[in-house]
Design a protein around this ligand. Structure first.
Ligand SMILES: [Zn+2]
Length: 213
């Protein structure tokens, strides 16, 4: 019971620091792919329409080959250059990280995604920190279990968060190429430290949300 309360207060501390009024579910799972995709497509066609007026206002020949797709290209460029409006800090903290490594037993690749979540105590970490940590340990001869532990330990030791969770889903080519595993089957390993380890609910929630993606 007391562990549960302690973790809850850590969770609310993390929320306050994030200055966010979202629920814990949102904090852990901030991907809204379908909604974003729909609104992006709408926005793109509105931008394209708006840009259609620019070449004609300039009085240039809009039927010229180089200008035919200019409104669409300009709309896409504008959408990309202003994507900061669509993104939040929470999004990048919860992004998946691609990883590529080499199995030390067979010297064959394994690759997949690392899902990382943490509750900060002192410092907030940004995605590039996680990218670099994942890269440092995956660009070695590895086994997936050890890689998962090393990433979690590195984050725990360097930044002393209240809790850290690392889940790696990977396809092992040494298994696939020798017929021991299907190409679309991934092996999942996880390491939970601190508040993720102490609180079964938090752990379950993170794992469930990670596996949904
Ligand atoms: Zn292997």
């Amino acid at each position: 019971q007391s562990t549960h309360c302690a973790s809850n207060s850590l969770i609310s501390m993390a929320f306050n620091q994030l200055n966010s009024c979202r629920s814990s579910q949102h904090w852990l799972n901030l991907h809204f792919p379908t909604v974003v995709a729909d609104s992006n497509a709408d926005k793109l066609s509105h931008f394209e329409k708006a840009y259609t007026t620019v070449p004609s206002e300039l009085g240039v020949d809009v039927e010229e080959e180089g200008l035919l797709r200019t409104p669409l290209r300009a709309a896409k460029a504008m959408q990309f250059l202003t994507k900061g409006y669509e993104e939040t800090i929470q999004d990048i903290l919860n992004d998946d990280i691609d990883l590529f490594s080499l199995c030390e037993h067979h010297l064959l690749p394994f690759f997949g995604k690392a899902h990382i979540a943490y509750f900060p105590k002192h410092t907030f970490l940004f995605l590039f920190v996680f990218f670099r940590i994942v890269e440092i340990y995956s660009r070695r001869l590895q086994v997936q279990e050890r890689l998962t532990k090393q990433i979690a330990s590195a984050i725990a030791e360097a930044f002393e968060p209240a809790g850290v969770a690392v889940v790696i889903e990977a396809v092992l080519m040494c298994m696939v190429m020798r017929g021991e595993q299907e190409m679309n089957t991934s092996t999942v390993t996880s390491v939970m430290l601190g508040s993720f380890n102490d609180n079964a609910e938090t752990r379950k929630e993170f794992l469930a949300l990670t596996m949904q993606k």
